[in-house]
Design a protein around this ligand. Structure first.
Ligand code: SAM
Ligand code: SF4
Length: 334
């Protein structure tokens, strides 16, 4: 390895989040607008060969860990073939998947065989009606089956992503906390982020994650700080007394986590995104095949990477230093 991906603030980047598609089989209220999305034409989406080429270059620059996300990554056909290719790339040590779980039970075994080591499953509520409301039509049972299948095939760790929203699921914090008592599962509470839409009631639904710690204390189970549960994430991790599982708090708004940022993002249409929040991105697709040009673009992406996002300023309606992205979360991958 000749060069490493270190940005102007000394942050080493060894993690690439790859959005495989902007399409999804759900329409979560915090992720997509009520009137739907216009999806990108399929010929604008990177092919598996193109994704593999980008990852080969990234691996030569020190990227070790990948996360496949979307939209919903499991709506892409034959994703196992891509994962096999990616896991054979020298230097790639870990391939994780973020999924809504709808297709996971049926694919878990094949994904494990292909090289997925661990999964994050999004689950914001354990009530079937509410799940259908938040996801605009999803079937909770399929996600619960996905969790069982993930244990059965041995993904480890298994993490649940819970986006906390005032008036939607804040009355289920206790249930999610208790879930970690008996199950070796990692429940990650995530603050609702204003990605692509800080103008449609986001502020009313936003809730700081201090609520979660307060609930744990009120339940007589003060959370104890623990080592970071294996992953690449920005979460602050805790364990309740005698719990088998653990809790993660991802609070980008109330307390940004940018100091340790180790990640770049690749959108489904081939843009390298230095930061989740800001508009800046660089298209790598036309450069695929030109190794040097691709490497240069990675370094250019690092060069324009700002020190931090400013979601807290968005909450307070304060002026910001850059322009926020107008992509929705489903177009970036979270
Ligand atoms: N479809 C997959 C899923 O839902 O897990 C992967 C893509 S999704 C965009 C990735 C993660 O982003 C999910 O855990 C989702 O809950 C989270 N997410 C989406 N919109 C969000 C928002 N506005 N604020 C916080 N998290 C969000
Ligand atoms: Fe789809 Fe995931 Fe966005 Fe929900 S959060 S709409 S499942 S991409």
């Amino acid at each position: 390895m000749t060069d490493r991906l270190v940005d102007s603030f000394g942050r080493v980047h060894d993690y690439l989040r790859i959005s495989l598609t902007d399409r999804c089989n759900l329409r979560c209220v915090y992720c997509m607008p009520a009137d739907g999305m216009e999806f990108q034409p399929l010929d604008e989406i990177l092919t598996y060969e193109e994704i593999t080429a980008v990852v080969k270059t990234a691996a030569q620059l020190g990227v070790r860990r990948l996360r496949l996300t979307g939209g919903e990554p499991l709506v892409r056909k034959d994703i196992e073939a891509l994962i096999s290719e990616l896991s054979a790339i020298p230097g790639i040590e870990d391939i994780a998947l973020t999924t809504n779980g709808i297709y996971l039970a049926q694919k878990a075994e094949a994904l494990k065989k292909a090289g997925v080591t661990r999964v994050n499953i999004s689950l914001d509520t354990m009530k079937p009606d509410r799940f259908a409301m938040i996801t605009r039509g999803g079937d909770l049972k399929r996600v619960l089956d996905a969790i069982d299948a993930s244990f059965a095939v041995g993904f480890a760790p298994i993490k649940l992503n819970v986006v906390l929203m005032k008036g939607y699921n804040d009355d289920e914090i206790d249930d999610f906390l208790r879930l970690t008592l008996d199950k070796a599962i990692h429940v990650r509470f995530i603050e609702y982020m204003p990605i692509g839409h800080d103008d449609d009631g986001w502020r009313d639904k936003y809730l700081s994650l201090s609520t979660v710690t307060e609930r744990a204390v009120a339940l007589g189970m003060p959370p104890m700080k623990t080592e970071n549960v294996f992953g690449n994430g920005p979460s602050e991790d805790f364990r309740l007394p005698n719990a088998r599982g653990s809790i993660g708090l991802i609070h980008p708004v109330s307390e940004h986590f940018c100091g340790n940022c180790n990640r770049l993002r690749l959108t489904a249409d081939g843009n390298l995104k230095p930061c989740l929040y800001w508009v800046d991105e660089l298209n790598i697709r036309p450069l695929i095949g030109d190794e040097q040009a691709m490497r240069d673009l990675f370094f250019k992406a690092l060069k324009i990477k700002p020190e931090n996002h400013e979601m807290a300023q968005a909450l307070e309606r304060q002026a910001q230093s850059h322009i926020p992205t107008n992509r929705r979360m489903s177009q970036i991958g979270g």
